[in-house]
Ligand binder design. Structure first.
Ligand code: PLP
Length: 401
């Protein structure tokens, strides 16, 4: 008898489990709209040209595979903070950002959660309802209590701004407020700049600490600067804040696990101390981060020519998703005779569309139509082609009615 008899079977992951089910389906009409990974119009994975160029440079230079320091590659940490805040931002000039390379967005969030657990015992993290499925797991495993604030309004398929503000106001002083910097996952609904100002007002009033998750910089609008607008607006108020960054989507470095945690403090002194503690937390967890993705980002973001090429490629990717979004809307509007208003699809931004399909309807999408998606009704438009829009529209209309 196994000593592991008491270990029960874990449920499949609600997002990554979708890809496993997709692989097992042999129907040729099948579509994987589960995971948020960019595909070409031929629905193939895409490696950015700038990434290939950066990798070639690494080979030409004969770069080694020695350990990185605990905090990661210095050249990466420098450019990643500059990309986020803008190189001339006072927080950078005044050395008020503690930047530590993390294992992509997830690992960076997890490191920040460990910091909260150690230095803010009992403090709660407020997360949006709904949010990316892994947020709750991350804070649960770090033993950080969390609760939800209202975000999505099913009636308008838009932002429940009043509910959001009321819930942030009602939370205990000094809570952490997790915010999606841009391209909210799963809803694709972001606050307007005016709404961001009001959110910042309430957070300041209540002495909360904003904690941004920026997994889609450049993917919401196509512009890296515009997509960092929310974070910069808070930083410009002199607030202390946390920002987790990921290069999975915008540089297509999903499997390289490259990202960072940035903690903005009010003094350079506090910043240095926070950084030292982030390193102390990282050391027993994974010792030091991987070098390959860090070098790619440092080469691309740190080189003006490659940086411009990256921006062009990102615009191309964001543009393809916008085209697919438009075609899906057009197909739904043309085919659906019920008079339903589908314009919410065009208002959403980023990789995803939140369709409003419930669990049973999402099951119909998969079981009858071989369209794989998460059960919250989210579809990844990054995994859709123009050629499949009509088929998808048929599936959605059938599942709704
Ligand atoms: N945060 C959000 C909101 C995401 O959507 C994702 C990826 O889907 C991540 C973080 C982290 O992804 P990764 O760990 O690949 O950087």
């Amino acid at each position: 008898v196994s000593r592991f008899e008491g270990v029960t079977m874990a449920p499949p992951d609600p997002i990554l489990g979708v890809s496993e089910a997709f692989k097992a389906d042999n129907d040729e009409k099948k579509l994987n709209l589960g995971v948020g990974a960019y595909r070409t119009e031929e629905l193939q994975p895409y490696v950015l040209n700038v990434v290939k160029k950066a990798e070639n440079l690494m080979v030409e230079r004969g770069e080694n595979k020695e350990y990185l320091p605990i905090e990661g590659l210095a050249a990466f940490n420098k450019v990643t903070a500059e990309l986020l805040f803008g190189a001339s931002n006072p927080v950078i000039k005044e050395q008020r950002v503690a930047t530590v390379q993390g294992l992509s967005g997830t690992g960076s969030l997890r490191l920040a959660a460990a910091l909260i657990e150690r230095y803010f015992p009992g403090a709660k993290v407020l997360i949006s309802s709904p949010t990316w499925g892994n947020h709750k797991n991350i804070f649960n495993d770090a033993r950080v209590p969390w609760s939800e604030y209202r975000y999505y309004d099913p009636k308008t398929v838009g932002l429940d701004f009043d509910g959001m503000i009321a819930d942030i106001k009602a939370a205990p002083e000094g809570s952490f407020v997790l915010l999606h910097g841009c391209a909210h996952n799963p809803t694709g609904i972001d606050p307007t700049p005016e709404q961001w100002e009001k959110i910042a007002d309430v957070i300041q009033e209540k002495n909360h600490i904003p904690f941004f998750d920026v997994a889609y910089q450049g993917f919401a609008s196509g512009s890296l600067d515009a997509d960092a607008g929310s974070v910069r607006l808070f930083a410009a108020r002199g607030m202390e804040l946390l920002v987790a960054q990921s290069y999975s989507k915008n540089l297509g470095l999903y499997a390289e696990r490259i990202g960072a945690i940035n903690v903005v403090c009010t003094s350079a002194d506090a910043t240095a101390r926070v950084k030292s503690q982030l390193k102390r937390l990282a050391r027993p967890m994974y010792s030091n981060p991987p070098i390959h993705g860090a070098k790619i980002v440092a080469n691309v973001v740190g080189d003006p020519t490659l940086f411009n090429e990256w921006k062009a490629e990102m615009e191309m990717m964001a543009g393809r998703i916008k085209n697919v979004r438009q075609k899906l809307y057009d197909s739904l509007t043309a085919k659906d005779k019920s008079g339903k208003d589908w314009s919410f699809i065009l208002k959403q931004i980023g990789m995803f569309s939140f369709t409003g399909l419930n669990k049973a309807q999402s099951d119909n999408m998969t079981n009858k139509w071989h369209v794989y998606m998460t059960k919250d009704g989210r579809i990844s438009l990054a995994g859709l082609s123009l050629a499949k829009c009509e088929y998808l529209a048929d599936a959605i209309i059938d599942s709704f009615h």
